[in-house]
Design a protein around this ligand. Structure first.
Ligand SMILES: C[S@@+](CC[C@H](N)C(=O)[O-])C[C@H]1O[C@@H](n2cnc3c(N)ncnc32)[C@H](O)[C@@H]1O
Length: 275
């Protein structure tokens, strides 16, 4: 199904988008993620390895097991780590809902841009929590398309964004999941959960972000649902294309674009009851 193919990052253009996104957002999302020497880290839903390379480079003495359901994406991820000469990552094809690991196998779990694609995100977090050793940590990063605002403002652009949210919803996904990270992680049984918003602010004094984020990440992602949105009868071609034009307009010299990611970190219970 086209929608499935899009949202899971299987298309080449989508893969390039994920790589661009990761490159531009590395500091914003990863500056406070590093794992100690010798620790075992599970990356669930690694996709084409856009985060894997950063994680493994930043924690060269940790050992990563990166899993995904897509064999094609795993192939790309493997090539990306080989190109970066990384030797601390092993890849495995697996489904988060049927993982081949014993309970308490990992010191840390990392999940990025995956929950938004799952119809049962809490169940996924419960399964991943079980794989953590007591006191281990889980890091979850998600976006939230409702956090988007820009200048010049445009109703057409907001409707085009809403098309993406709706296409995701019809596919059982949730493009507004970032704001729910705290309650989802708490419901899954994680302790000491802390969520921090990470806002990307873009104006023309940051041409790298104008190109890497506003154009190649966000606007490209919205453009990517054109066919699915038209097929689902959510919009018509003229309205959608006008919204995309207005999103590109925010990347001009006087344009401004804002988007917020959410990063949550929680701990697996140590099982010690207070006296
Ligand atoms: C948007 S991509 C994100 C990839 C990567 N984490 C990143 O940040 O670039 C979502 C990934 O989750 C994977 N995925 C979706 N459902 C999954 C499941 N049940 N088990 C394992 N991987 C899954 C998809 O195949 C896809 O590669």
């Amino acid at each position: 199904m086209k929608t499935e193919a899009y949202v899971h990052g299987y298309h080449r253009r989508e893969n390039e988008r994920l790589q661009d996104q990761a490159g531009t957002l590395v500091d914003l999302l990863h500056s406070d993620t590093s794992y100690p020497s010798g620790s075992l880290v599970l990356e669930a839903g690694c996709g084409v390895g856009a985060q894997t390379v950063t994680l493994a480079q930043r924690s060269p003495d940790a050992r990563f097991t990166s899993i995904d359901v897509s064999a094609d994406s795993l192939g790309e991820a493997r090539r990306a780590t080989e190109a970066a000469a990384l030797t601390n990552v092993q890849f495995q094809r697996a489904d988060i809902f049927a993982l081949p690991f014993a309970p308490e196998s990992f010191d840390h779990v990392f999940v990025c841009f995956v929950l938004e694609h799952l119809s049962r995100p809490v169940e996924a977090l419960v399964i991943l929590n079980r794989l953590l050793k007591p006191g281990g940590t889980m890091t979850v990063i998600e976006g939230d398309h409702g956090s988007t605002y820009f200048h010049p403002d445009s109703g057409a652009a907001r409707i085009a964004i809403q098309c993406q949210v709706e296409v995701q919803r019809l596919a059982g996904c949730n493009a507004l999941i970032g704001r729910q990270l705290y309650p989802l992680m708490v419901e899954a049984g994680l302790e000491a959960v802390h969520v921090s918003p990470r806002m990307v602010y873009v104006d023309s004094s940051r041409p790298d972000l104008v190109d890497g984020f506003t154009r190649k990440t966000f606007t490209a992602m919205i453009e990517g649902v054109r066919e699915s949105a038209l097929e689902a009868g959510i919009t018509d071609p003229e309205a959608f294309d006008a919204g995309i034009r207005d999103l590109h307009r925010t990347a001009e010299a006087d344009g401004v674009f804002c988007y917020t990611f959410f990063k949550g970190v929680g701990e697996k219970s140590r099982g010690v009851k207070p006296a």
